[in-house]
Design a protein around this ligand. Structure first.
Ligand code: TYD
Ligand code: MG
Length: 454
């Protein structure tokens, strides 16, 4: 007979206590506890540890076979995974409803089943016919892809036993449940225990697992943090509803880097890889307006040209506000402070809006220089030449600091027809650019102002 234990689990962060609390000490949320029953000795976490236990080996004796990665048929997906899927790995894909998670995984399942053998697509939220309609839409051609509409994990595992697939998609991890736990599907206990069950199946039988995960209002994956710790790879699928393109990024990857972006376009026949993202991001750009600057950012190993727009307007009500989309607001505040101190630009009584167009989020300081120039351009109402790309980080002293991969950034700009690059003077020596683009190195914002606004 299995022992059971009642406990209270915060539905926001997974904090567990024996008594119900009003406020969660873990995440400070109010009234977030729900009672759950845990069956201690039956937990797959415990059983799993027993099954997976191995003997200690001398590290010098351990042999590793070169794993051959499997390709998803979508080069952008493979890029984010670090060059394809490592068989037997567990991959969690999070994203807002309707962003295209099911479409992405169905397309990948199609390619994987054609190349590497049976794939089981478990849909816990949609009917089999809905999945079929989607598969018709994307023109699927596989005859080794199975679809199963089921939420009960014990039954799903039975089908896995019978079918012996080499990959399984669980769409979504919030929709499946184990009958031995009383809490509802989607609760912390269910998510954690189901994920642990599936993890053991994946590792014991070398089956690749994809979990679809829902995100909360705050944009993080719903469910316990432990889910992110259990899996090998966590990917987020993002994009704005009114834009057609979608961005896939890794936030955790045991088998690859986490800074690569995969960029797709949602068309009527499914997701299509975007081969030249810079071109896409600059496609609906309005030239010859003040406050618009083209910057070159690095996303992983790939340079990306983006448009930064700034608007400076005097505040009518109360305290001035900074609003930033696609860039950290504190970074913008810092740049405004530098402008104030170093060139006496007084916009302390103005609202400043900064926007990276296209809805992409950039966390890289290499675009500082461009953001700063966009603010000045709009404040002075003077346009910046639309064929100039601005590169560099800005220091507190107003100096333009070096950035990594400056050559890649400049070459990307030259490739897209830009005629002038303004970049940190530090890089000027030894720069190897054979393309036709004027190269101007600047040491500080004064140099930059005289180049751009004279
Ligand atoms: P879906 O994969 O169902 O999203 P998720 O699983 O993340 O909830 O995709 C939903 C949206 O994508 C839906 O609004 C329809 C659109 N879509 C297309 O535009 N083209 C297509 O070929 C497909 C399959 C979907
Ligand atoms: Mg879906």
């Amino acid at each position: 007979m299995a022992r059971t234990k009642n406990k209270f689990v915060c539905q926001e962060c997974g904090y567990t206590t024996p008594r119900e609390l009003g406020k969660c000490p873990g995440c400070q949320a109010w009234s977030s506890f729900a009672e759950e029953t845990e069956i201690i000795s039956k937990s797959p976490l415990h059983r799993g540890i027993g099954q997976l236990a191995n003997k200690p080996e001398l590290i010098s004796d351990v042999k590793v076979a070169d794993v051959e990665r499997q390709l998803t048929g979508m080069p952008e997906f493979d890029r984010v995974l670090g060059g394809g899927i490592v068989p037997g790995s567990v991959i969690l894909i999070g994203g807002d409803p309707g962003i295209g998670k099911s479409t992405l995984l169905l397309q990948a399942s199609n390619a994987l089943s054609r190349k590497y053998g049976t794939v089981l697509y478990v849909t816990g939220e949609e009917s089999v016919s809905q999945t079929k309609i989607r598969s018709n839409r994307i023109g699927m051609t596989s005859d080794t892809l199975y679809v199963l509409c089921e939420n009960n994990l014990e039954l799903i595992e039975k089908h896995i036993d019978e079918l012996q697939p080499q990959a399984v998609v669980i769409d979504s991890i919030q929709a499946v449940y184990l009958t031995e736990f009383q809490s509802a599907p989607g609760s912390i206990t269910q998510i954690r225990e189901c994920a642990a069950h599936l993890l053991i199946t994946a590792k014991n039988r070398n089956i690749t697992m994809f979990f679809v995960g829902h995100v909360t209002k705050e944009g993080t994956l719903a469910g316990p943090r432990v889910l992110e710790h259990i899996v090998d790879t966590v990917l987020y699928f993002e994009g704005e509803r009114h834009h057609l393109y979608r961005v896939l990024r890794a936030v955790k990857n045991r088998f690859g880097p986490t800074n690569e972006l995969g960029i797709f376009e949602m068309q009527n026949k499914g997701l299509v890889d975007v081969k030249n993202p810079s071109q896409l991001f600059l496609s609906d750009r309005e030239e010859d307006i003040s406050g618009s600057v083209i910057v070159a950012s690095m996303e992983g190993t790939r340079p990306l040209l983006l448009e930064v727009q700034a608007l400076v307007v005097s505040t009518h009500y109360g305290t001035p506000r900074n609003t930033a989309t696609g860039i950290d607001r504190n970074r913008v505040a810092l740049l405004i402070a530098v402008l104030n101190k170093r060139i006496g630009l007084d916009i302390g009584n103005s609202d400043v809006f900064v926007n990276i167009t296209g809805g992409l989020r950039v966390d890289e300081p290499g675009i500082d220089h461009g953001v700063l120039m966009a603010i000045i351009s709009n404040h002075r109402n003077i346009q910046i030449d639309s064929h100039t790309v601005v590169i560099g980080e800005v220091g507190l002293g107003g100096e333009i600091r070096p950035v990594p991969h400056v050559e890649l950034r400049i070459r990307e700009a030259a490739k897209l027809g830009f005629t002038r690059a303004i970049f940190p003077a530090y890089h000027q020596k030894g720069l190897q650019i054979n393309d036709e683009i004027e190269l101007i190195g600047v040491k500080n914002i004064y140099d930059s102002l005289s180049v751009l606004f004279s």
